[in-house]
Design a protein around this ligand. Structure first.
Ligand code: PRP
Length: 193
């Protein structure tokens, strides 16, 4: 008989002592992206999209979503500084890498790995809207509603997660764990919690 909890077989041995549990296995992420891509194809039928990935966490969501889309889509990336230490929320965001092209008149879909306080996205949306795109919507693989400080319209949501420390599939702790196929939770002692 197999264990009820998802397998940790894909997780490097070095990380295993720090992992609490597999919260969202790779198969569930893939199935959710299938659903979201189908929804986007319906919503944007006959149009072209510009996917805007927010570095670095969104890299896998962008690439895995992009490959599933039936509508034509271009891709670009932005990198923004966080707004201070991990627990502070001043709301001040700095653009470290801007888009390569103008977005005026385009249908933009911002792709995030997670929306936590919402401060990063709030800033980004205001910034992008000022560039007069035809539309701006958001897809976030994860959302932590309990942590939200600003109300944001997230059109496409993958999974709601509780207020726990999640890593993997793009999400990191001090640049570790990003490359995991699954989304996992860390033991508090692994992040000083
Ligand atoms: C994460 C995530 C979002 C932001 C969400 O990025 O990718 O961009 O935090 O947090 P918020 O809703 O509280 O603003 P992070 O700053 O960890 O950078 P990274 O993606 O490069 O790891």
């Amino acid at each position: 008989m197999s264990d009820a909890s998802p397998s940790t077989a894909r997780i490097p041995d070095e990380y295993l002592p720090n992992i609490d549990k597999v919260l969202i296995p790779a198969e569930d992420i893939a199935a959710k992206l299938d659903e979201l891509a189908a929804e986007i194809d319906r919503d944007y039928a006959g149009r072209e999209l510009l996917l805007v990935g927010v570095l670095k966490g969104a890299i896998f969501v962008v690439s895995d979503l992009h490959r599933r889309l039936g509508v034509p889509a271009a891709v670009d990336f932005m990198a923004v500084s966080s707004y201070g230490s991990a627990t502070t929320s001043s709301g001040v965001v700095r653009i470290l890498k801007d888009l390569d092209t103008q977005i005026e008149g385009q249908d933009v879909l911002v792709v995030e790995d997670i929306v936590d306080s919402g401060l990063t996205l709030d800033y980004l949306l205001k910034n992008l809207r000022s560039r007069r795109p035809a539309s701006v919507e958001v897809l976030s693989l994860l959302t932590k509603p309990s942590r939200r400080e600003v109300d944001l319209p997230i059109r496409y949501v993958g999974f709601e997660v509780p207020d726990v420390f999640v890593v993997g599939y793009g999400l990191d702790f001090a640049e570790h764990y990003r490359g995991l196929s699954d989304i996992v939770t860390l033991k508090p002692e692994a992040y000083g919690g």
